[in-house]
Design a protein around this ligand. Structure first.
Ligand SMILES: NC(=O)c1ccc[n+]([C@@H]2O[C@H](COP(=O)([O-])OP(=O)(O)OC[C@H]3O[C@@H](n4cnc5c(N)ncnc54)[C@H](OP(=O)(O)O)[C@@H]3O)[C@@H](O)[C@H]2O)c1
Length: 390
């Protein structure tokens, strides 16, 4: 299996002391729930999967109180076991000390599958109710775990609002039934969110959207819009996900922790570059959002949590990262998206992954999409018949 040097990457050290879980910054959601802004990520492709039990337990020991989980990570049982061991080890006295985020996988978005999917998640995690349940992606497109980057599912579809609302309505029912405390979305785009906000009742609106956000992919405008709707944004790939498998990595990708401006600020502060990325994530936009980060070393796990406890970056350093829209201060945002999502593409996207993100293929109804698909098929056929396809 390809990957980094495991003996360097996996080091659990019981002599490293944790921090008081009261210290990390928290945000209050519209429901009144209090969410620690730093969430310990429980997904890592391939090599680290074997270490997630110990890493999650270690995160709890060191003071993390928000766990980011998903059915798609194929390790909810492992996280459940980590929670049990954290309780028996005395790191927490009960599950209630944790804020647990879970996600409905794309393959379970059919209305009849939503309740059983959540039931499985609760059972695997060993809990009766989940604190935050996110709809993982806006469409039901699935891929096989670990599939190659050029994998395509011929049944994949773009966002169809009518279908999404059927899924959302099932999620809302489970909230009313007391299985979910609060609900949210993940990877929602602006158009999808506008439609959801248009059609959801006040108590059925999402409170959180989890999305890719890091210094080289800041998404400030999108986040501002979500916040104007009362949706708190948490960012994943906060460090630029440096150890991603080759199948998910493209030559355009850059890891934020290796960016020269991030490295320069780190050296000014005498900290490691990842700490700059995470402090930026915490301090930006009036500390209104959060971040998800995973690691498999005690020192990194601790440092990643400390970033949500103190204002390390000065205003001037924040400005160097964020910029202010002037030529003098451009910042370092480069729209460097790491998750292109190409494996989720539908046939009419014609291989252009940008369509997942730019809202050009958003449909109100199934009929609307079918009409578009029919005309696209005819156009595609005519194109192939009348042009040189060499
Ligand atoms: N909602 C979604 O669709 C979605 C998508 C992707 C991810 N997520 C969530 O976001 C989490 C984080 O994503 P990610 O793991 O891809 O990206 P990431 O947090 O940007 O990167 C994690 C990587 O950085 C390394 N690292 C962590 N802390 C470090 C430190 N202090 N110093 C040096 N290196 C450090 C880790 O190393 P080691 O692995 O070597 O320990 C790991 O390879 C996932 O676990 C998941 O929970 C959600």
């Amino acid at each position: 299996m390809s990957g980094p040097n495991i003996s360097e990457q996996v080091k659990f050290d019981p002599d490293i002391e944790g921090i008081d879980p009261a210290l990390p910054h928290k945000v209050t959601l519209r429901s009144g729930a209090v969410m620690p802004i730093a969430a310990f990520g429980t997904f890592h492709s391939d090599w680290a999967q074997d270490y997630m039990l110990d890493a999650t337990k270690e995160a709890i020991r060191l003071g993390w109180r928000h766990l980011d989980t998903a059915r798609a990570y194929e390790n909810e049982e492992v996280v459940g076991e980590a929670i049990r061991q954290a309780i028996s080890g005395g790191y927490i006295s009960s599950r209630d000390e944790l804020f647990i985020t879970g996600k409905l996988w794309n393959g379970h978005m059919s209305p009849r599958d939503v309740a059983p999917a959540l039931e499985n998640t609760l059972k695997s995690l060993g809990i009766d109710e989940i604190d935050m349940y996110l709809n993982h992606w806006p469409w039901p497109n699935v891929h096989t775990p670990g599939c190659a980057g050029d994998h395509r599912n011929p049944d994949a579809v773009p966002y169809i609002h009518e279908a999404f609302m059927e899924t959302w309505s099932e999620i809302c029912k489970l909230k009313k039934a007391g299985k979910i405390k609060d609900i949210g979305t993940s990877n929602h785009t602006r158009a999808c969110m506008e439609l959801l906000m248009r059609d959801a009742a006040e108590d059925e609106r999402p409170l959180v959207n989890q999305m890719e956000m890091h210094p080289l992919m800041q998404q400030t405008e999108l986040r501002s819009y979500f916040e104007s709707e009362g949706v708190v944004c948490t960012g994943y790939m906060s460090l630029g996900s440096p150890n991603r498998p080759a199948r998910d990595t493209f030559k355009e990708h850059r890891a934020d922790m290796r960016d020269p401006v991030i490295q320069q600020i780190a050296s000014e502060l005498g900290v490691a570059p990842p700490r700059v990325c995470l402090n930026w994530a915490y301090q930006r936009m009036n500390k209104s959002g959060g971040y998800v980060a995973m690691a498999t070393r005690s020192d990194w796990i601790l440092d990643n949590l400390k970033a949500s406890c103190e204002d390390l970056l000065s205003d001037e350093q924040m400005l160097r990262i964020c910029g202010d829209g002037t030529p003098e201060n451009p910042g370092i945002d480069a729209n460097n998206r790491l998750i292109w999502g190409q494996v989720f593409l539908w046939p009419e996207a014609d291989g252009d992954w940008r369509l997942l993100w730019n809202d050009k293929h958003v449909f109100f109804t199934r009929n609307g999409y079918q009409a578009f698909k029919k005309s696209w098929d005819e156009h595609d056929k005519a194109l192939k018949e009348t042009t040189h396809q060499g």
